[in-house]
Design a protein. Structure first.
Length: 123
């Protein structure tokens, strides 16, 4: 049973050489119930960079990485996945599932090229 859906990133196309973070959003452990299963959906276009989903058990986590653990990473060049035409008109999407009673979820990302259309998860 899905308790909620949150969008972590949407229409990000500004490149940066340093890591950026989304706002923290409620995870499956926030309400202290459920099974801790999170389903992640990522859509990118002409993407070169990395997106790391992080979770924490802290009620009031810090903004740096000390209170956060990496639970899922999407890295690479989506033009490779868009073969055979390698067209920037084609979006690449991928779904993953991770389990944990995380109170908060956020995305850490580095975008060298392309667009992060959307990163969303259900819990």
């Amino acid at each position: 049973m899905i308790n909620g859906t949150n969008i972590l990133l949407q229409n990000i196309d500004s490149t940066s050489s340093s890591a950026q973070y989304s706002e923290k959003k409620i995870g499956g452990g926030y309400y202290k119930n459920g099974d801790g299963i999170h389903t992640l959906y990522t859509v990118v276009n002409a993407f070169l960079g990395s997106i790391t989903i992080q979770g924490t058990l802290e009620q009031y986590p810090s903004d740096d990485d000390t209170d956060w653990v990496q639970v899922n990473t999407f890295a690479g060049d989506s033009t490779y996945y868009n073969q055979p035409n390698s067209s920037d008109d084609v979006d690449y999407d991928v779904s993953n599932t991770f389990t944990g009673k995380f109170v908060w979820i956020r995305a850490k990302y580095e975008l060298q090229n392309g667009t992060i259309r959307e990163v969303r998860y259900n819990y």
